[in-house]
Design a protein around this ligand. Structure first.
Ligand code: FAD
Ligand code: NAI
Length: 472
């Protein structure tokens, strides 16, 4: 039997692969076990990366069709070559997942392709993808097995990944559906709904709640966002519950009723996307037998040092608490490894950004207005519309605003909510400001290059702290 590893990482997604690289960099002998056959997890293989490739290229297609003429660019015929667009997406995925294998080699992380299952708290059996089995011993183990699609409750809708798809199938439709029904107006529904709407599908989003954008979005922002998407052609049915979806004669019939009950309706679709959330993956790990505690939602229970209920076994990413985001999983991976190596490590959960990669993008960090109201916190607002920003005007991309929420008494930034071009990049400045405990005045007095979109950020801060922006 070989020497036990200092760190065994189960799962090669953003949480697991980053933890593995960091552990090796800190001098720990490290192995990462991944069953998918490729590194990068959900994010690189079937999530963040392929969806952003499709979002970007579908945006260019849509813009070429509908927007170039008024910019003085006449294009004769615009045709979609979907196979090439899908191939471009695949190429991005392959390049990036292979890139992680290179990083593993450079950092001397061992990589086992196979499915891990606990034999004891320090011993793991791995069913190898190429056949056979091996065993791995670890002084420290990190579970980073991520999440997968939540099936429609009660088994009323069966995903076949062709006509009734999850995000995975929605990333590889071989034809643009004429009509698409999206169940769930959260981030996946809005991003993938945008892709297929831009490529020509008539998209209807059915959402149980009264607003879109999923958990954590600021309500005012969600309302503005919905208006902008509606202008782009997406249809919304809010406060509406999906009951069933049945395939018949090449179509899918989606039965809905009002969330309060009654008012039934049937929507016809060529393709239905089920996007009602994701759930933790723990099946086959044999957690019950070694005593790792899991909560009622299937999440592995951890303390503030990422320890599970079993000593020596830690857990990070989508399979445990918190938002299911790649960068959150990565931060936890680093912190968990630092706990192993140095006894301390930290993630500031108040400063994790969220981004929806539609056009315009929506991005936020920190508290929403509704959260602060509920907590009885006194706050001031700053708002600056992109319509009044010179760069947005010059590039004819003026939908949206930057909104600052700051503590009334101290001027400290509590939340920033942006809808607008490049919001996903701009939010980094807000995250840094929150991380450093900045005030709105700090940002309002910081020079921002002219003419840039980020001037809207500065002006919004200015308005929050002294009541007046310069250009609006
Ligand atoms: P995962 O990425 O799920 O990785 C876990 C890995 O563990 C998997 O590869 C799995 O095969 C492996 N595994 C599981 N069990 C075992 C086992 N027993 N043995 C061996 N290996 C095992 N997040 C963002 O931040 N930005 C985005 O733009 C974004 N876009 C998304 C788009 C879509 C369509 C989806 C579905 C998700 C998106 N996400 C995005 C969420 C993001 O993908 C996840 O938050 C992130 O991948 C979580 O990382 P993780 O390492 O915890 O888990
Ligand atoms: P989600 O939780 O964001 O949204 C699901 C939506 O479906 C909710 O608004 C919910 O009210 C609604 N819903 C649930 N059941 C319903 C029903 N029966 N009928 C109608 N509506 C119903 O989940 P989603 O969009 O599947 O995404 C999963 C996770 O993936 C997100 O939590 C997010 O963290 C991550 N993700 C992140 C992205 C990003 O960062 N850009 C992109 C895509 C996914």
């Amino acid at each position: 039997p070989s020497e036990p590893y200092d760190a065994v990482i189960i799962g090669g997604g953003p949480g697991g692969y980053v933890a593995a690289i960091k552990a090796a960099q800190l001098g720990l002998r490290t192995v990462c076990i991944e069953k998918r056959g490729a590194l990068g997890g959900t994010c690189l293989n079937i999530g963040c990366i392929p969806s952003k490739a499709m979002l970007h290229n579908s945006h260019i297609y849509h813009q070429t069709q509908h927007d170039l003429k008024k910019r003085g660019i006449d294009v004769d015929t615009v045709t979609l070559n979907l196979p090439t667009m899908l191939k471009a997406k695949e190429d991005a995925v392959t390049a990036l997942t292979k890139g992680i294998e290179t990083l593993f080699r450079q950092n001397k992380v061992d990589y086992i392709k196979g499915t891990a299952s606990f034999i004891s708290p320090t011993k793991i059996a791995v069913k190898l993808n190429d056949g056979g089995e091996t065993e791995v011993d670890g002084k420290n183990i990190i579970i980073a097995t991520g999440s997968d699609v939540t099936p429609f409750p009660g088994g009323a809708i069966e995903i076949d990944e062709k006509q009734i798809v999850s995000s995975t199938g929605a990333l590889e439709l071989q034809e643009v559906p004429k009509k698409m029904v999206v169940i769930g107006g959260g981030i996946i529904g809005l991003e993938m709904g945008s892709v297929w709407s831009r490529l020509g599908a008539e998209v209807t989003v059915v959402e149980f709640l009264g607003g879109i954008g999923g958990a954590g979005i600021d309500e005012e922002t969600a309302k503005q966002f919905q208006k902008i998407l509606a202008k782009q052609g997406l249809k919304f049915k809010l406060n509406t519950k999906v009951l069933s979806a049945d395939k018949q004669d090449g179509k899918v019939f989606v039965k809905t009723e009002s969330a309060k009950g009654g008012k039934e309706e049937t929507l016809e679709a060529d393709v239905v996307l089920v996007a009602v959330g994701r759930r933790p993956v723990t099946t086959g790990l044999n957690l019950e037998n070694i005593g790792v505690e899991v909560d009622s939602k299937g999440r592995i229970v951890i303390d503030d040092q990422y320890n599970t209920s079993v000593k020596g076994i830690r857990c990070i990413g989508d399979v445990t608490f918190g938002p299911m985001l790649a960068h959150k999983a990565e931060e936890e991976g680093i912190a968990a490894v630092e706990h192993i190596k140095a006894g301390h490590g930290h993630v500031n959960y108040g400063a994790i950004p969220s981004v929806v990669y539609t056009h315009p993008e929506v991005a936020w960090v920190g508290k929403t207005e509704q959260e602060l109201k509920a907590a009885g916190v006194q706050y001031k607002l700053g708002k600056f519309p992109f319509l009044a920003n010179s760069r947005a005007k010059t590039v004819s991309d003026t939908d949206g605003q930057v909104k600052f929420i700051v503590e009334k008494e101290t001027d400290r930034i509590l939340g920033v909510h942006i809808i607008g071009p490049n919001a996903g990049e701009m939010i980094a400045e807000a995250v840094l400001a929150v991380e450093y405990g900045a005030s709105a005045e700090d940002v309002g007095r910081t020079s921002h290059a002219h003419p840039t979109l980020s001037e809207a950020f500065k002006e919004s801060a200015l308005q929050a702290y002294c009541g007046k922006a310069i250009h609006f």
